[in-house]
Every structure is written in C-alpha cells, then in structure tokens.
Design a protein around this ligand. Sequence first.
Ligand code: NDP
Length: 451
Amino acid sequence: MALPTPGEEREFRAFMTGLRRRNPHETEFHQAVAEVVESVLPWYLQHDNLRQSQILERVTEPDRIISFRVTWETDSGEIRANRAWRVQFNHALGPYKGGLRFHPSVNQSILKFLGFEQIFKNSLTGLPMGGAKGGANFNPKGKSDREVMRFCQSLMTELHRHIGEDTDVPAGDIGVGGREISYLFGQYMRLENRWSGVLTGKGLSFGGSAVRKEATGWGCVYFCEEMLRQLGDSLEGKRVSVSGSGNVALYAAQKLMEHRSKVVTLSDSRGFLHFPDGLKEEHWEQIRSAKEEKRAPLSSLSDLGNYYPEAKPWAVPCDIAMPCATQNELDVKDAQKLLENKVFAVCEGANMPVTHEAASLFHEKGILHAPGKASNAGGVAVSGLEQSQNAMRLSWSRGEVDQRLRGIMSEIHARCLSDGTTGEGPVNYIKGANLAGFKKVAEAMLAYGAV
Ligand code: NDP
C-alpha cells in the first residue's frame, strides 16, 4: 500500500526509520504504527500546525509504561515470578482505557501495539476514553482457580496505585475473563477500601453491564451487517469463517446464526473445527460451555464437526472471513487461499489479526476489509457504558445496552465511510477508521499545547 506521492513515501520512510530506531525489536508495534501512519500521512502533511507540534511523534510515544514483577505461590508452595506491564498510551480524550492480557507471549511490543490501536478505537466510539493496554506473561492455562486468584491479587497489589475510575480503567482481553476481573476487583477494593468502577467486565451482581460479555462479538457482526447493507446485501445465507473460540469468536458466531449466516469454522490454538452445513445452535451452547466453563480444547468436541489439528481455518471456502483469535493469525498464504475461494469481505474481531502483506493483497484485490479498531470496538464501547452506569449508580436493561451498542457500531461505520470513501473502488475501511480516529486525538492534543 504505497503512499500516493514520492514525497509522502519519503516522509513515511523517514518517520518509520526513526520510530524503529527509538523502539528496537518491537515488531508488532512497528506494524501497528505503520498502518496508521500510512493512512493519515497525506492529511497530516497538509496541516502545518500538526507538524509543527510534532503530533505524530508524540502520539506514537506512550505517556508512560509501568513494568513490574508479580510474585505468587503455586498450590504446592513453590514461588513463581512473572513480568507485568501497564502501557498508559494517550489520555487526550478521556481516562486511559484498555484491556489486560494474560498469555505467555505477552511482551512490551505487543502491549504497545495494542495500546496504540486502542487510542484510535476508543476515539472512534465517540465516548470519552483514552488508550491503554496491560497484561502479564502469565499463562492461566493449567492453573487452578486458587493459583489464578493469588496471581491476580499479587498483580493488583502493584497495579492499584496506577489506576482509578478517572485515571485508568482496565478490562479483560485474551486470558482475562470474568473470573480474573472478579479477583482483580476484589483485591482493588480490599486495598483501597472503597467501591468504584475501576475495572469493567465485572459480574452483573457487582456493577457489571448487561451485554458486556457479548459486546465485542455482537458488535463485530453489527459492523459487518452495516458493510453489507452499504452494498444492498445482508448476512443471510453467507458462509462465514470464524477463527478463535474465546469471548469474541463465540458471541460473533452466536449473532451470525441469529442473522441466518452459516458459521463454517471455529478454531483454537491447537486446531480448527469445520462445520460443512453450518454450526447448529445446540452445538454452539455445547462449545460455549466447554470453552468458557471447562476451559477444554476444541479437540474434545470433534464429534460436532470435522476437526483438523495444528491447522488454521482459512482454506475452508467462505464468503466472509472473521478472524477473532489473535494478532497476525492470517498471513499472505491464508489470504491467497481465501481469495481463491472468492471471499469478498474480511471483518476483524481480533486486534490486527491480518499481517501487513495479507492486508495489502486484500486491498489490491478490492476486498472489503474492516480493521479491528472499528469492527471490534463494541467491547470497549460497552465498557464505556459500564463506566457511565457505575458513575450514575444504576444499571440499564439488556435491551437498552444492546440498542446503544447497535447505535455506536452504526456511527463507527458512518465515520469510516466518511473518511474512507474515495469515489473510486470499494470503501477503504482501514484508511477511514485510522483517519477518523486520528483526527479527533490530534485536535485535542493540539488544543492542549505542549504537554
Ligand atoms: P479469549 O482468551 O477469550 O480467546 C482467544 C481465542 O483465540 C481462544 O480460542 C484461543 O485458543 C485463540 N488463540 C489465542 N492465541 C492463539 C494463537 N496464537 N493461535 C491461534 N489461536 C489462538 O480472548 P478474546 O476472545 O477476548 O480475544 C480475542 C481477540 O480479540 C484478541 O485479539 C483481543 O485483543 C481482541 N479483542 C477482545 C476484546 C474483548 O472484549 N474480549 C475486545 C476487542 C478486541 P485457546 O482456547 O486454545 O487458548
């Protein structure tokens, strides 16, 4: 995806060289920044005031990164230590907001890429939220509930001094669901001796919002519905290949079935399940309970479809690909297989699941491609609604939150259209999302002066 003029291309290369030098070895962060800068640079270069204020240099430098050791004890009395971070990236638009990820692959580069994406995603929602991300290189798999509890308590013992309902409000992400948020929230209250909406994704009985669990997956489907409506089409009868079988994937699959789409795959880190006739509702519930409650692998459900170990789902013919597992899970070879099978849209449930090369190929072939910062923003949007409900000390019904979620996804889609419609060719959702998200943040940073 080269820039339109040689001058812009030169500026882009110079900027990225500097960024790589300042942030060596952080490849995921470089990738996320390159995608945004590529989209916004032509507009940015037309605004001398932004250049003079070095908005691009400043928005790619986190406000701060807190890094700390988390020491905890296993059930058998052994001491373990992990590394945790909170990347408070930018709070121009509101208190820092973004999830916590527990996964052995977590490092500073991954959290910086996620925190950076979060700035523009949160901006797109129209809610007052800044961008942040955090997590630890802790693997919750195979740990007992008590071990996870001790880990969460130890992590919060440090994290609590850096967060607050008007400062920074973490939520869940990979490896951090309702169980982890509850342990973290319990420890925060114990340390602070007060109840506040300092975390989102809480249980319904203690300040959580209706539809938060479903919000990212459902929101992704609402966004996809808007993309198709724009073409005078609908989701009905479309074959959708979904990857992952965690929070995002499960509820995306549920909503797709409600729209009478055919969900042809689900996957996890060990393989994928193919449903030649589409996933059935009764099987969805079996998969949800296995993954969400028993934390079992998909291989234990091979009677529900054709199971392929150590494989990705992208060779299965589909009309729409919905990657909902993790970053860079769909590479250029996968993109080629999807194109051979005549895929026409890619709607990201995960954050940056498509590699840069694969995204360029989709762009070249005129495939509609919604980036996660637009299509998966439903999760953080309902988190924002959870914060509002907590601040007002009330809770809205499922119907009310769902209606607001639909409205927000439709507004995000409209923002993408307004900055991503070029007049020729299909809507460029990547450019639209990056530009619409960036403009608001840049405007606020400019207004604040040199801070
Ligand atoms: P979960 O932990 O609930 O599920 C993650 C799923 O992805 C699991 O099925 C997991 O398999 C699979 N997975 C993880 N790592 C890999 C890998 N390296 N290769 C293949 N599969 C993998 O996470 P979420 O559903 O919450 O998050 C999924 C994505 O969506 C992430 O990119 C996250 O950042 C993004 N996201 C999440 C939001 C939320 O509200 N939860 C909001 C916005 C974005 P296994 O079960 O084997 O571990």
